[in-house]
Design a protein around this ligand. Structure first.
Ligand code: ZN
Length: 178
């Protein structure tokens, strides 16, 4: 029996109806969204398929370079998905930003959602202050919101606290190593 680390335990939870995301990765996603504003930003978080392991943030190009729409560049998507295959990873989180509206999937987002096993993370950069972060499952056109759980917040607890989650505070479960 190998002993599980804190990260492993928290990561296992991400396979349930809660998104567990590493604070450093969430921070990198929000930074990407801010950087690309006023265009929408997009990317994925990869992690080992069906087992515990570290999350890997992969910022991607928005081929549309649009403030109202995103689409992965097809060549880049092929390369990234192939690389995940090679590493025995899967796209656990697929994220993009909304730059003027709430972080809720649009009709187009729902129609294009092709990974029923993924957490669809949306970040809104409409407010220059706190970033709004919400996470959803999108299966067969049905959108279900899920709580976001930030783990390893020791990286920068202040930054994490500056996010505004869609869920009520009672359903957001912060866990700090400190
Ligand atoms: Zn969208």
């Amino acid at each position: 029996m190998t002993q599980r680390t804190f990260l492993d335990q928290s990561w296992r939870g991400s396979l349930g109806p809660v998104l567990s995301i590493d604070a450093a990765i969430l921070e990198a996603i929000v930074a990407h969204a801010r950087r690309d504003h006023p265009d929408e930003a997009c990317g994925v978080v990869a992690a080992p398929a069906g087992r515990e392991g570290p999350q890997r943030h992969i910022p991607m190009e928005n081929a549309e370079r649009s403030s109202t729409f995103y689409r992965f560049d097809s060549m880049e998507q092929l390369r990234v998905w192939r690389e995940m295959d090679d590493r025995d990873e899967e796209p656990v989180v697929i994220y993009h930003s909304h730059t003027a509206t709430e972080p809720y999937p649009s009709r187009t987002d729902v129609n294009l959602a092709g990974e029923p096993g993924a957490h669809y993370l949306l970040v809104s950069t409409r407010d220059p202050g706190p970033a709004e972060v919400r996470s959803f499952r999108i299966v067969d056109g049905v959108v279900t919101e899920e709580p976001v759980r930030v783990v390893n917040a020791i990286v920068d607890p202040v930054a994490v606290q500056s996010y505004m989650f869609g869920q009520s505070p009672t359903t957001v479960d912060y866990e700090c190593r400190a």
